[in-house]
Design a protein around this ligand. Structure first.
Ligand code: G6P
Length: 596
């Protein structure tokens, strides 16, 4: 979703901001812009489209050491040049970029800004006009910004320039993520550490309703009331090379191939000095002592949550419910007496999940976040965190974070259980090897995707038991990046209505990894084939039939989802490749969805 990067220092700002914005491209966006101040005044370049378009319109003759940039994911108003950020106040004195959504923009327009002529359809323009109004009313700039913060309702990360002060970037935050990057002789602001990691790994995190003044040598953080805050910086543990694509054509392919390595890294991070699986005792006690686990998540993380429920119930004997974040807030189920809320979020920033976290914290419940991003909002605000150790995931479609989520959930369930008899270390080692073999044989997915998926308008994944959960994720992956309408179905349910959609040639992909459902799912395949479907079967060696298209080596029965998803990720990848889709940045999608 929207991204911000700003710089103040001694170097020319253009390349720093443009390459910073490129590092944020993975979040998903539709427009980009840049504002710089120099002795000649303010220079703004912006338009809809990708950063490489922005590069073309930025005037390289403008030299500046102070600027802010933005990638926009449209919420208010279509993606076009006028709605792109930065936005300016009518007097052109103030220029700002904004991530988030202002909920009372109409009220503020009516109450304070009825005489102002608005240029764009955005909620953002209200913020910059309000700052100008309060300054015109006689308030100093920092008070005017804090005053504006108290009037606007909703989420915001702001970076603001004042044309009359070419020594300062002002910033403010509520709900949307924002970090200050600290350097020698320069400072930066960004919505994500990745935008700044090539320049610094030293950051101040900002909390909600905080206001910041950044000069090249100094950073001052204030509350909304103007009280100065002392804060210790932290070091981000991101390796800048982790976010490069290397020789891979796409991040998605790189991240799919990294999965066996991620499993090995998880094993290394979740073991004690004796080589035994280990999770912090406080976290284990919190899960052991609750009477029910409520898993809260969205998208791919929700699908990992479904497998997590299976682990927690079958391995640890813990009642577990999995709820889509955006549903929980307004349609809260009847809760058990002593619940524990487990948030699963790759980014740790998803606004829908955070809304639930805020709500259940107010209710006084214990919270645990499972995330890939140390220091992310959901991690900071929950009582406990478990990290995924998947490394930065850049492709919008999540792959390695999903398998990492399931792996850490399996460890959690095993350690919460008192009597389970699984040597998870050994099983993970086998699993990583099986995943590697699945990644090695790419030709098969390439051919199947070309033959069955490239020209299809719709597709079905069918499975039973935990295979069904993988089908949901497999279907999401295929539709996200290839735009083929795909549904994941409980194989037995298809005949109760949806089988009506099967036509000659409709691809139906079945996943079979559990002995107890092998024959039933195979019967369902026969039913759809009898109606013309083109079937593909993904099975395990033990359960395979000679005609199955993809046969994976056997892994422990509980861990099959962590391996069986790989063929589906690669089928989606090659389908999108053959269709010529923008694999890493699918249309309309954002990696980190920071609005509800
Ligand atoms: C977005 C992404 C999905 C992701 C979902 C939840 O919609 O496009 O890939 O699964 O957000 O994200 P989270 O970071 O909370 O796991």
């Amino acid at each position: 979703m929207c991204g911000i990067v700003g710089y103040i220092g001694n170097k020319d700002v253009k390349e720093i901001i443009l390459s910073g914005l490129e590092k944020l491209e993975y979040r998903g966006y539709d427009s980009a812009g840049l504002a710089m101040i120099n002795k000649d005044g303010m220079h703004i370049f912006k338009d809809k489209g990708r950063i490489f378009n922005l590069r073309k319109i930025v005037n390289n003759d403008v030299e500046s050491t102070l600027g802010i940039g933005h990638t926009r994911w449209a919420t208010h108003g279509v993606p076009n040049k006028i709605n792109s950020h930065p936005h300016q106040s009518s007097s052109k004195r103030f220029t700002l970029v904004h991530n988030g959504v202002i909920e009372n923009d109409d009220v503020l327009k009516y109450e304070y800004l009825s005489k102002v002529k608005f240029e764009s359809d955005t909620d953002t323009e209200v913020i910059v006009q309000l700052i100008q109004k309060f300054v015109e009313d006689g308030e100093p700039v920092d008070l005017a910004i804090r005053h504006t913060m108290s009037e606007i309702h909703g989420s915001y990360a702001l970076a603001i320039l004042d044309k009359e002060d070419n020594n300062t970037i002002y910033a403010a935050k509520n709900k949307s993520p924002l970090l200050v990057g600290i350097g020698e002789g320069f400072n930066m602001i960004g919505s994500d550490a990745m935008a700044m990691i090539n320049h610094t790994d030293n950051f101040y995190e900002l909390h909600d309703k905080e206001f910041v003044k950044i000069t090249k040598d100094n950073v001052e953080i204030y509350t909304i009331y103007g009280n100065k805050i002392q804060r210790e910086p932290y070091k981000a543990e991101i390796d800048a090379t982790d976010i490069e694509k290397g020789t891979y054509p796409h991040y998605m392919l790189k991240e799919i191939e990294e999965q066996p390595f991620v499993i090995r890294r998880i094993m290394a991070n979740y073991k004690d000095e004796n080589g035994n699986l280990h999770i912090d005792e406080e976290v284990l006690q919190a899960v052991k002592q609750c009477d029910k686990v409520y898993i809260i998540a969205c998208g791919t993380s929700y699908h990992a949550g479904l497998v997590g429920k299976h682990f927690l119930e079958n391995i640890a004997g813990k009642h577990t419910e999995v709820i889509i974040s955006s549903e929980f807030v307004y349609n809260t189920p009847l809760l058990s007496g002593k619940p524990l809320f487990l948030f699963i979020s790759q980014s740790g920033e998803t606004a829908d999940s955070r809304a639930v976290l805020v709500k259940v914290k107010e209710m006084g419940y214990t919270t645990l976040t499972l995330t890939n991003v140390k220091g992310s909002t959901l991690s900071r605000e929950a009582d406990y965190t478990l990290l995924l150790h998947a490394g930065p995931e850049i492709a919008v479609a999540s792959t390695k974070a999903y398998t990492a989520q399931m792996a850490v959930l399996a460890i959690l369930a095993t350690l919460v259980s008192n009597n389970i008899n699984i040597d998870l270390m050994k099983e993970f080692a086998i699993l990583a090897n099986v995943m590697e073999t699945l990644c090695d044989n790419k030709d098969i997915y390439d051919k199947l995707a070309y033959q069955y998926l490239k020209d299809s308008r719709s597709c079905f994944y069918i499975g039973r038991h935990i295979d069904y959960y993988v089908c949901l994720e497999a279907a999401l992956k295929l539709k996200e990046i290839s735009y083929i309408q795909t549904e994941g179905f409980a194989a037995g349910e298809l005949k109760h209505g949806t089988i009506a959609l099967i036509e000659k040639g409709t691809p139906v992909i079945a996943i079979i990894t559990q002995e107890c459902i092998n024959l039933n799912t195979r019967s369902n395949i026969k039913e759809v084939k009898a109606r013309g479907a083109a079937s593909i079967v993904i099975s395990t060696k033990k359960l395979s039939a000679e005609t199955d298209e993809i046969i994976m080596n056997d892994v422990h029965g509980l861990l099959t989802p962590i391996a069986s998803v790989i063929p589906t990720q690669l089928l989606a990848y090659y389908a999108a490749l053959h269709k010529g889709c923008d694999i890493d940045k699918p249309r309309n999608l954002a990696k980190s969805v920071t609005v509800e």
